[in-house]
Ligand binder design. Sequence first.
Ligand SMILES: *Cc1c(COP(=O)(O)O)cnc(C)c1O
Length: 397
Amino acid sequence: MPGFELFGDLERKEVNDVLESGVLMRYGFDGMRNGHWKAKELESELQGTFKSNHVQLVSSGTAAVTVALASAGVGAGDEVIMPTFTFVASFEAIMMLSAIPVLVDIDDTLGLCPEAVEKAITPKTKAIMVVQMCGSMANMDALQTIANKHNLLLVEDACQAIGGTYKGKPLGSIGDLGCFSFDFVKTITCGEGGAVITNNKDYYLNADHYSDHGHDHVGNDRGAETHPFLGYNFRISELHAAVGLAQVKRLPEFIDIQKRNYTVLRDALSQIPEVTFRTVPEGGEESYAFLNFFLPNADIANKVAQNFKESGVDACWNYYTNNWHYLKKWDHLKDIKSLYPVSPEVRKGLEYLKTKTYEKSDHYISRNISCLIKLSWTESELKERASKMVKAIQDSL
Ligand SMILES: *Cc1c(COP(=O)(O)O)cnc(C)c1O
């Protein structure tokens, strides 16, 4: 997945443009910047990439999720449905706004289970946050139908699925708002950065203002701008945007390489009858950033993970006991270990986590192995990797 593997001349050129003008900020300083507007250029490039009317760059993927929710009016006491398998940023963003994360099961897509989502809806539910994990997607038609039926926002975190599509639409562009991360390990990187995309002009303007202290961005005197509402600073810098501008132009090349490498490994593993692959919903095409597969049971999955390590197959994980991506290890959330007071409403709203069990998520995550697809593997490295993986799996059965 990581674009950082292929960092080169194009990235250096874009960054040098910014260093030469010395304008590291994305807004203002029109006279000094020699016509360089890297953040604006990247936003317009991303409009094309993600087939979306509006793009707002921000400082991170976590900021993108926060800004997306805030822009659509999610706040104190609102419930946001999210999956048990995701990055911690999902509940961090929800809680930042004093909203309540409602965790629900995933299914064999490794994304939100539509039936579990529908069961979790209450009068307080404001949004469904679908997270497109490991390069693929949840069953988007089913989730969209539920969101429409109950008049809920559908927010799509596509941080890990840049370049994937569903029925011809880029992942991230299907929900009311989509979120991307361009941190250092994502498919395209800015170093740190993120984006909110939407076709809703009001949400976009809210995101534009909110991510810059509420600035209305009218006219060209920054100091004279007014602030129609409260905001915050989630800005991206010109330096970061410059890196992203070079990387986004290489996205098709990155996806091609991922697809080629993924296919070699998948073909090799397909010869083992005990290995099954994650379900990709009909009409979906993965970004090929990860190869995900299931073993018959958790013991075998553990053994495979161990054998991979011992035989030098890196960048593969069993997320069941992973600190960052599965609820099992989120004791800091379950115990609400916050540096500052958390509202009684959110405390009460999170009580269910002390007792609720997630058999369906456990069933899939405990048997899953997720392997990062790198861009830098040579053909012989890839072949060697495929045969090591096959051997490690066969030795575990
Ligand atoms: C990386 C990631 C984020 C957060 O992005 P940052 O830029 O690191 O803040 C959010 N959601 C998912 C699914 C991610 O993988």
